[in-house]
Design a protein around this ligand. Structure first.
Ligand code: SF4
Ligand code: SF4
Length: 395
């Protein structure tokens, strides 16, 4: 190793002092759990200290850690020292416990589609830019690593391009959650986010529940995003009409180089309450979810807690809730930390407080599934029947 080189954290690599320390590559969504020794060393990789001086401070083993960090593209080795004091500064915010990592922003409730299973009430409301700015500033201050801009259809917000431009000043990962129908050749160049998550609820059956012509538009959006080098993820709800389409869907998504496919079973809320005939048989849905995978990292639990432990969301008025399904606990104007504390007093579920789950041998893998879905099946503090069906298949 050349002791005269100067290690520096790469652009878009962020360090967080969560429950345990991590490094996160926000451009590629890769998270590294670190030990304290590696974390302290990476904090010092600011381009102003040579490998020689890092070895003097952190000991001989630090050479091994630096080699690993370079192999994983967490750091670069510079030939010369960084002189600019300001550029050396790598901010590691103080995170609350449980840590706030993910934030879902509903910037508008406007939507151009009327999907039969949508959980949101369509209203002509949009988030003010000032509220948006406050939310992202506070989120960064508390150490958040991924923001998801959602709606309604977020591209219908009159200031969405200004919001996307503003997000470029932040290091956290930026995900846009869209129905895909507005993304076209004219606006793809302005879509400066890391990932776009599109909804696709089947092949022929997609348009039966999302509206005629939607599938072709989504297909075009996937192609445009892929060609623009933006990560594409697909969210699919299992419903009665798409049960036989998953094999073909998998082939289709593979052809389009889609790497993340999130499959879920809908909660009975919003428009789905008037379209209950769309609900798939639980056993059939579980077979599909067991075969093709399910779950979204931002909603999972950790440690002794069930779902959503690192997640909060905001409605267009800046009201903060766990995930949009439960009532808000406050407004961003009262401070995100204050709202986060209230959320964890009221909407944080310990696995051992959930009936049946507390005795289940899969409790630390499943974590009681989705609390809202358990609630719609009759008991907020009971098991999530969808997850129980899946677990029967894996057991
Ligand atoms: S499989 Fe069912 S009982 Fe077990 S933890 Fe999951 S939801 Fe609870
Ligand atoms: S209740 Fe369901 S939607 Fe809400 S955080 Fe938990 S898993 Fe996510």
């Amino acid at each position: 190793m050349q002791l005269k080189k100067y290690p520096q954290l790469k652009n878009r690599v962020i360090l967080r002092n969560f429950e345990s320390p991590i490094a996160y590559k926000s451009a590629t969504d890769e998270l590294y759990e670190l030990d304290r020794e590696s974390f302290n060393l990476l904090i010092d990789c600011d381009g102003s200290r040579s490998i020689k001086s890092l070895v003097e401070k952190h000991g001989e083993t630090c050479q091994e850690i630096l080699d690993y960090a370079r192999k994983e593209e967490l750091i670069d080795f510079l030939d010369g020292k960084v002189e600019d004091e300001f550029s050396k500064f790598k901010f590691v915010p103080k995170s609350p416990i449980p840590s706030l990592r993910y934030m879902l922003l509903h910037v508008t409730y406007r939507c151009n589609l009327r999907c039969k299973h949508c959980y949101l009430e369509k209203k002509d409301v949009c988030m003010e830019f000032g509220i948006f700015k406050l939310l992202i500033d506070e989120f960064e201050k508390l150490g958040g690593i991924k923001i998801m801009i959602s709606g309604g259809e977020p591209l219908l917000h009159p200031e969405i391009w200004r919001m996307i431009q503003e997000l470029m000043h932040y290091e956290f990962r930026k995900v846009l959650i869209s129905n895909g129908t507005i993304i076209d050749e004219r606006n793809i160049g302005k879509l400066e986010v890391d990932e776009v998550q599109l909804s696709l609820d089947g092949l022929p059956s997609n348009d039966s529940i999302r509206g005629p012509g939607v599938f072709e538009k989504v297909k075009n959006a996937i192609r445009l995003l892929r060609d623009a080098g933006i990560d594409v993820s697909i969210a699919t709800m299992v419903h009665k009409l798409n049960l036989g389409e998953f094999k073909e869907m998998e082939k289709f998504l593979r052809n389009y180089d889609v790497k993340v496919w999130m499959i879920d079973y809908p909660s009975i809320e919003g428009d789905l309450k008037s379209n209950l005939d769309l609900l798939a048989d639980l056993k059939e849905a579980a077979k599909i979810m067991a075969m093709y995978g399910f779950g979204d990292m931002s909603h999972t639990g950790k440690g002794e807690y069930g779902c959503g432990v690192h997640l909060c969301s905001s409605d267009p008025a800046g009201n903060i809730s766990r995930c949009g399904f439960f009532d808000p606990v406050g407004n961003i104007k009262e401070g995100l930390l204050e709202c986060w504390k209230r959320l964890n007093e009221k909407y944080l579920w310990r696995i051992d407080d959930i009936e049946t789950c507390n005795l289940c041998e899969l409790k630390y893998e499943c974590r009681g599934g989705c609390r809202f879905r358990a609630f719609t099946f009759g008991n907020l503090y009971g098991p999530d029947p969808v997850m129980c069906e899946i677990s029967k298949l894996s057991g």
